[in-house]
Design a protein around this ligand. Structure first.
Ligand code: HEM
Ligand code: HEM
Length: 169
């Protein structure tokens, strides 16, 4: 996924979007009891429990917000660009990092889509896909964070710092 200008860092907007999405995705993983309880009730043909309504709609709203922010990130990625991996990084690590970024973007599009189809069309298959996607996303994030820490503490590259310190546009 290399496009846009030849930039050496991320812009303040790209960095703000990255960390905002991190917080929102963490919320989705930590506060899913409401949507699960509502989904279980709807699947049994019962009404969704009223005491779970706030958490349920927060899950849906946050998911839609993540989809919008991911669209903005992909737009900036394609128009402004993203920094290249460090030149001295082994090619295989560059490919793994790019593949994991691509997978995370894909899952953050598929998760809201499958969630919306499950909820509004009552599709059990979409709900099962949603649960599978969130498990794959969790694994991808673990690898991604391990890679970021490896870059910083073992390879001592500027990769982590460039997601913290903006480059002027
Ligand atoms: C990137 C956005 C999203 C993330 C990261 C996410 C994540 C999650 C997680 C972690 C669960 C709990 C699954 C489990 O452990 O069983 C869940 C369940 C669920 N989510 Fe989302 N979600 C997102 C967006 C949405 C949206 C937009 C909707 C639309 C209504 C939605 C609908 C559901 C439903 C219906 C369930 C219950 C599925 C089940 O328990 O079988 N999600 N989601
Ligand atoms: C929900 C959790 C996270 C998600 C969904 C996520 C997603 C992403 C994505 C898609 C990119 C690629 C950006 C691009 O070039 O277009 C990226 C880059 C990056 N992320 Fe994350 N990230 C998460 C958590 C973290 C955490 C916790 C750290 C730090 C420990 C981190 C550090 C970085 C760094 C340093 C980059 C830049 C990599 C580079 O320049 O090659 N991320 N992240």
């Amino acid at each position: 996924m290399t496009a846009g200008r030849d930039v050496t860092g991320y812009s303040a907007t790209q960095i703000a979007l990255h960390w905002t999405v991190v917080v929102l995705v963490a919320f989705q993983f930590l506060a899913h009891d409401g949507i699960e309880a509502s989904w279980r009730a709807l699947s049994r043909g019962e009404a969704a429990p009223p005491d779970q309504a706030v958490l349920t709609y927060l899950h849906i709203g946050t998911g839609v917000l993540i989809a919008l922010l991911i669209a903005a990130r992909l737009y900036l990625r394609l128009t402004r660009g993203a920094p290249k991996p460090p030149a001295d990084e082994p090619r295989i690590l560059q490919i793994v990092a790019e593949a994991i970024h691509g997978l995370i973007y894909l899952l953050l599009v598929l998760l809201p889509l499958s969630g919306l189809v499950a909820w509004f069309a009552g599709a059990e298959g979409a709900a099962a896909a949603h649960v599978l996607f969130k498990t794959v996303l969790l694994a991808a994030i673990v690898l991604h964070v391990a890679g970021a820490l490896f870059q910083h503490f073992v390879r001592r590259s500027d990769v982590l710092m460039r997601m913290l310190r903006p480059q002027r546009d």
